[in-house]
Design a protein. Sequence first.
Length: 141
Amino acid sequence: MKRISKSLTLIYMLLAALTLIVIVLYETNILESGIMAEEKQSEFILTALMELVSLGAAFLGLRLFKFKAVHNDLVSRQEPAMMKWGTIRLLTLEVPMLADTLLYYIYMNTTFGYLAIMLLLCLPFVFPSLNRCLAETASEE
């Protein structure tokens, strides 16, 4: 389980670092921000879409391991299931966070920034520490 925890932590850190790199590139003006600020129709559609995706991702990312089928898989297959479902959970939270961050800088719309921050606030609750991995693969008795 230690290897699984390290692999999941690597995924966690890589995606968080990628998001941080995007922020640094835009804040240091290496990449130009607001390049699509005038495209109001696409901004509206993407805002509505990302609101739904981000809220769904936050719910799913935090509750995924509570679903009966997922929990039963984690208890029965432990390490392979933890790798599979842990990766899915991390991607569910961090990919929309990265997309919201990019969209914030592309459109300079604070809604995307707030959605990214909301997903960022969910991340400490799913950090794949060894103790958490062991606890989530233990059966409830």
